[in-house]
Design a protein around this ligand. Structure first.
Ligand SMILES: [Zn+2]
Length: 282
């Protein structure tokens, strides 16, 4: 990456504090990725909030997204002890909160993740893939999905994969192959970070993801017995099975995404929406 910077004025989307930040010129000189996401950590602009800013290749701010996650501070002793080890906190420091949401999403939903690394990056591909695998139930582990790229010039990056997450180790996210907000990832990470013990953190993430996958399996078992099913009927059946009032459309969309990416595109096409049908009649 070149050493010239572009000055960008950004505003905290929550309280409106404005400040300028420096963005490497190279981030904008690439035309391949269009609008990119830049993570703005706490204290970079606002002392209280962290957020994402969407910037196009002309350097114009196109929008913001809040990140609602506070990281519990740990004692300096615990901090020193954890130094150099790979754990959630260190990973968040390297990739940013939103970067970690994205990596977790990519891992669960089986999207390849390409990370453009800088000279100071200390983890290997093997370690990253192992850590990623650790949050999944065993039956979904083992495939290599995280790749490190050595090319410092973003415009020379050759990733043809439209389905890939592409980011760097400096809080810039160039491509996310999904449209959903990363609410699930935010929620499970928040829960995990409330505890200090690293192993317990990992266990909690695993549990939350396993619970989600058991919902997926339940939906698949329903789909295997029918030719078609309406979304709202499926939501009703699933809610009953889970003994909750009503699962959200967001959750159902996540389940569909998981089936599509990890199990079968064909089986997910059995889920019909009444709205779609109504529109096709018109
Ligand atoms: Zn703020």
């Amino acid at each position: 990456m070149s050493n010239t910077f572009k000055v960008l004025e950004v505003k905290c989307p929550i309280c409106g504090i404005a400040k300028t930040i420096n963005i490497p010129e190279a981030v904008f000189s690439q035309k391949k990725f269009g609008t990119i996401k830049i993570q703005v950590p706490i204290n970079a602009v606002c002392p209280k909030h962290q957020f994402i800013v969407f910037v196009d290749t002309k350097g114009i701010v196109r929008g913001y997204e809040k990140i609602d996650l506070h990281i519990v501070t740990i004692s300096p002793e615990a901090e020193r002890e954890a130094e150099g080890r790979i754990n959630l906190r260190n990973l968040i420091q390297t990739f940013g909160t939103y970067g970690i949401f994205s990596l977790i999403h990519a891992k669960i939903f089986n999207y390849p993740a390409y990370i453009i690394k800088d000279d100071f990056f200390e983890y290997s591909e093997e370690i990253l893939n192992k850590v990623g695998d650790n949050i999944l139930p065993e039956s979904f582990r083992g495939s290599k999905t995280i790749y490190l790229l050595d090319e410092p010039d973003i415009s020379k990056i050759k990733v043809k994969d439209k389905d890939a997450l592409i980011m760097d180790t400096q809080q810039h996210i160039f491509q996310t192959p999904w449209k959903e907000k990363l609410k699930f990832e935010e929620q499970i990470l928040k829960r995990a970070l409330e505890i200090i013990d690293e192993q317990e953190q990992q266990k909690l993430l695993q549990q939350d993801i396993s619970r989600f996958i058991s919902e997926v399996n339940y939906v698949v078992s329903i789909l295997e017995t029918v030719d078609n099913i309406y979304e709202d009927d499926l939501i009703e059946q699933l809610s009953k099975a889970l003994k909750i009032k009503k699962i959200s459309t967001y959750r159902l969309n996540l389940i569909k995404e998981f089936i599509r990416r990890n199990i079968s595109v064909k089986i997910v096409s059995k889920i019909k929406s009444r709205v779609g049908e109504f529109l096709s009649v018109i």
